[in-house]
Design a protein. Structure first.
Length: 318
């Protein structure tokens, strides 16, 4: 039986336990994407919680693909020095850290919002959002931005990367057949964009570098997401199951009526039945007892705690 506090291997790295702190944007300090002193102390505090794996918040691979102006960035080589300080700090505290690579696509803060196809969301946070179909040239450029970001993460000393392929951002927009109406192979095979990025990052890093993906559990259905997981399995070390593209009504997370945990945990349990690689459960997991129960009942491999992080810090101080 899986134990919460047992060492566990993800890709080529051994984690000290099965607890994950999921990516949570906390960047409010600068608007050039560079790491501030506050970011470093923030990650030191998170690492002190004792979680086995820390996922650094969504960090933008592109200056123009940020979701907020103050988002952390990994779009230029000069940003590596600051990022390295975060990776080193988490290591000093005895934990493992991967960085989440992100592009907001349609939800970018301003400018031309790159999207697999022309797509409009009428009102989102009071702003209309109009995504513009990426040309083959732009698509290739953005793909290379992800790959270069993977290289920078490796140089900065992170243990790995997590490709943000969920929650409605650019890669989720590719997966979503509600949004992605392209007539080229990136449309006929909506998983191709993510697959090529994962594959290339492996080529330029090492076998022990963790390459994971956050995938929507309902993109737009659990069956479709399971297909994506199987497609990507040869190129990824783990699946972290979250929400899909959520800005229209055809993506409806659901679970059996009597299921005791969240829809995303349910999706993780079902996807785990179809793949051999580790699957992470996340969403509304509030205490250690619940974590243990989820590991036991769902056969997932890692459990996440975001909002409830204080629970972990208190346990660690005992
Ligand atoms: C303030 C905040 C920021 C977040 N930022 C990110 C992010 O950068 N990337 C991401 O994939 N999810 C992000 N999330 C979602 C969390 O990773 C997680 O899935 C969510 O909080 C549910 O887990 P919880 O119930 O344990 O908090 C964020 C959530 C919150 C509350």
């Amino acid at each position: 039986m899986k134990q919460l506090f047992e060492a566990h291997k993800i890709g080529g790295k051994t984690l000290k336990n099965r607890i994950v702190v999921p990516a949570m944007v906390y960047s409010i300090f600068r608007n050039d994407g560079y790491v501030a002193e506050e970011n470093i102390e923030h990650y030191r505090a998170i690492a002190k919680s004792g979680a086995g794996l820390i996922i650094q918040e969504a960090t933008s691979v592109s200056n123009t693909g940020r979701m907020i102006e103050t988002q952390l960035g990994i779009w230029e080589d000069e940003q590596v020095t600051g990022l390295k300080r975060i990776a080193d700090t988490v290591h000093e505290e005895g934990s493992t850290v991967v960085i989440q690579l992100h592009h907001a696509g349609l939800m970018s803060v301003d400018g031309v919002r790159d999207c697999p196809s022309d797509f409009s969301v009428p009102v989102m946070f009071t702003l209309a959002m109009n995504g513009k179909e990426m040309t083959p040239h732009t698509l290739e450029q953005v793909k290379q931005q992800f790959i270069s970001a993977g290289r920078r993460a490796y140089e900065a000393g992170y243990d790995g990367i997590e490709l943000h392929g969920a929650d409605g951002y650019l890669i989720s927009q590719f997966f979503s057949t509600n949004v992605n109406k392209r007539t080229d192979s990136y449309g006929s095979q909506p998983g191709q964009f993510a697959l090529e990025i994962l594959k290339e990052i492996r080529v330029i890093t090492s076998d022990s570098f963790i390459i994971g993906i956050r995938l929507g559990g309902f993109e737009p259905t659990l069956e479709k997401s399971t297909e994506y997981a199987k497609l990507l399995e040869p190129y990824t070390d783990y699946f972290n199951i979250s929400s899909g593209f959520f800005m229209n009504s055809s993506s409806k997370p659901s679970k059996p009526e009597d299921y005791p945990f969240s829809e995303n945990v349910y999706a993780a349990e079902i996807i785990k039945k179809a793949v051999r690689k580790p699957v992470f459960a996340v969403d509304e997991i509030t205490d250690l007892q619940m974590m243990e129960t989820i590991l036991e009942q769902t056969n997932t491999d890692m459990v996440s705690i975001g909002y409830g992080l204080q629970v972990l810090s208190k346990n660690n101080q005992k």
